[in-house]
Design a protein. Structure first.
Length: 255
């Protein structure tokens, strides 16, 4: 290795800039053959490193968010889910709701894509540099109940407050006891106008009284949740049954 190359390798290591180090030989060749200015070359080299850091940060945040699967807006089939306007969802993907500390509520029967969309929006947020945490409603309640038992509920809610987006999946799959309903209410009201939530439920708001055990708690919760929120109602058949011919009459039983 020639002297300057050795020295460069050393400097890149000191700067912890492996992407720039790897890109250097090719970029230098291109710069020479295309007669770049020094400034162009410096920009290209530094951009290689920052791009790589951004995407690594994004991947780290996606991992930390603990999504149950990887889903994207690009793979969402809007032709199948015709009750949603594509524009509305793609606009949510621009993350204005996150900057405005607003919520998103996805309501609809099982299999209609609520979890898919919540993950896809969460991944967008991760890639844009925001921290996200995904859990089912049951898991959130367990986490908060644990904190409460250890007398650190307040600190836990504070910690969560600093995460700009929490996803609460599957509200309503299991009814809450009064303690659980209260913890859920605290989570929602603590974040009110301070940080965003994405909430999914298979039950319409009219069924939330049953989930939370009483109509007053449910109404207070819904009030906080929807005051600054985009509510998306998903309809139709489960996407999981898409390739089955639902219109086909059942085969005649063998005589
Ligand atoms: P829900 O949370 O509403 O019960 P999911 O989001 O889990 O439904 O969707 C069930 C499965 O079908 C997932 O694998 C999801 O990726 C897929 N899916 C649902 N709707 C769509 C859609 N419109 N386009 C593409 N995949 C979809
Ligand atoms: Mg789901």
């Amino acid at each position: 290795m020639s002297r300057p190359t050795t020295e460069l390798a050393h400097l890149f290591r000191q700067l912890k800039a492996p992407a720039a180090a790897a890109a250097l030989p090719k970029l230098a060749d291109r710069a020479r053959s295309e007669e770049w200015t020094y400034e162009q070359f410096a920009a290209a080299l530094l951009k290689t490193e920052t791009d790589s850091r951004d995407s690594h940060g994004g991947q780290a945040r996606i991992k930390a968010a603990r999504f149950p699967a990887r889903k994207t807006l690009e793979e969402f089939d809007f032709a199948f889910q015709s009750s949603l306007r594509r524009d509305t969802v793609l606009h949510l993907g621009q993350l204005d709701f996150l900057h405005g500390k607003e919520n998103i509520v996805l309501l609809g029967p099982p299999g209609t894509g609520k979890t898919h969309l919540s993950i896809a929006l969460g991944i967008r947020a991760c890639l844009a540099g925001h921290r996200v945490l995904f859990k089912t409603a049951t898991e959130w309640v367990a986490l908060l109940a644990d904190a409460q038992r250890q007398s650190r509920l307040d600190r836990e809610l504070d910690r969560l407050q600093r995460i700009p987006l929490l996803i609460v999946d599957e509200v309503g799959y299991i009814p809450f006891d009064p303690e659980a309903a209260n913890l859920m209410f605290m989570l929602v009201s603590r974040r009110y106008e301070r940080a965003s939530l994405i909430v999914t439920s298979n039950k319409p708001f009219s069924g939330w009284g049953e989930i939370f055990g009483d109509d007053v708690t449910a109404a207070a919760m819904i009030d906080r949740l929807v005051h600054h929120a985009e509510i998306l109602g998903l309809k139709g058949d489960s996407y999981r049954l898409k390739d089955r011919d639902l219109a086909r009459p059942p085969a005649a039983p063998h005589a």
